[in-house]
Design a protein around this ligand. Structure first.
Ligand code: PGA
Length: 247
């Protein structure tokens, strides 16, 4: 059985006053049927982790590919872990676009993050042009092959499919399209890693909200979600978590 995961991503949102949302989230009853995680801006990781405990895992949104050094403004995997993070999102399309991150760089970050003891949520996704050209599966297989390094710790890897055109737009692929992609990712992981590839959680991300969560979680091989905008409000994120618990 793949362990299900509802992961929020606050992106570049959140001041210390917003930690109150975490208190609200922690006060909600849980069935324990899925893990809940929140990727916070770096400044909130330590205070967020202080609140989170076992019920809410706190993580970062990126880390550097090197252990340490003269990299002004960057953050290392060990720093995230030291601040209380237990996971990190890597290869998000906003990092790939805004900071020109390549698959090779993402793969190096995966290695470094896992060496620091962090679980990795690795993001993949096609652009609108690639989607419209019918290149989705081809693009994703290539990203997956090149962004997952040899020697990866599969027990500490989660893969998130996030169509770039669905992020923050309110648009989502159809359930059939998500099913096709997740089946292809599952078989690519099994082809490379054997039976262990069947145990990796596959998340869907891109405009997940309370109103569409149940439909998305009913899709085969969807083991949870990576949630941006809707994770900022505890009530919305809670509704998505409940939908996953019930799936
Ligand atoms: P969204 O973002 O839920 O706001 O579309 C998803 C993501 O980028 O992880």
């Amino acid at each position: 059985m793949v362990r299900k995961l509802a992961a929020g991503n606050w992106k570049m949102h959140g001041l210390s006053s917003d930690l109150a949302q975490i208190d609200v989230l922690l006060a909600m009853p849980r069935t324990g049927a899925c893990d809940v995680a929140l990727a916070l801006p770096a400044t909130l990781i330590a205070p967020g982790a202080g609140l989170g405990g076992d019920d809410l895992r706190i993580g970062g949104q990126d880390c550097h590919a090197q252990a340490q050094g003269a990299h002004t403004g960057d953050i290392s995997a060990a720093m995230l872990a030291d601040a209380g993070a237990s996971f990190v999102i890597l290869g998000h399309s906003e990092r790939r676009a805004d900071h020109f991150e390549t698959d090779a760089l993402v793969a190096a970050k995966v290695t470094m993050a896992q060496r620091a003891g962090l679980q990795v949520i690795l993001c993949l996704g096609e652009s609108l042009e690639q989607y419209q050209a019918g290149e989705t599966l081809q693009v994703l297989r290539k990203q997956l092959a090149a962004s997952v390094p040899d020697g990866v710790d599969l027990a500490q890897l989660v893969v998130a499919y996030e169509p770039i055109w669905a992020i923050g737009t309110g648009l989502t692929p159809t359930a059939a399209e998500v099913a096709e992609v997740h089946a292809a990712l599952r078989s690519a992981l099994q082809a490379r890693f054997g039976a262990e590839g069947a145990q990796i959680a596959l998340l869907y991300g891109g405009s997940v909200k309370p109103s569409n969560a149940a439909e998305i979680f009913a899709v085969p091989n969807v083991d949870g979600a990576l949630v941006g905008g809707a994770s900022l409000k505890a009530a919305d994120f809670d509704a998505i978590i409940r939908a996953l618990e019930a799936a």
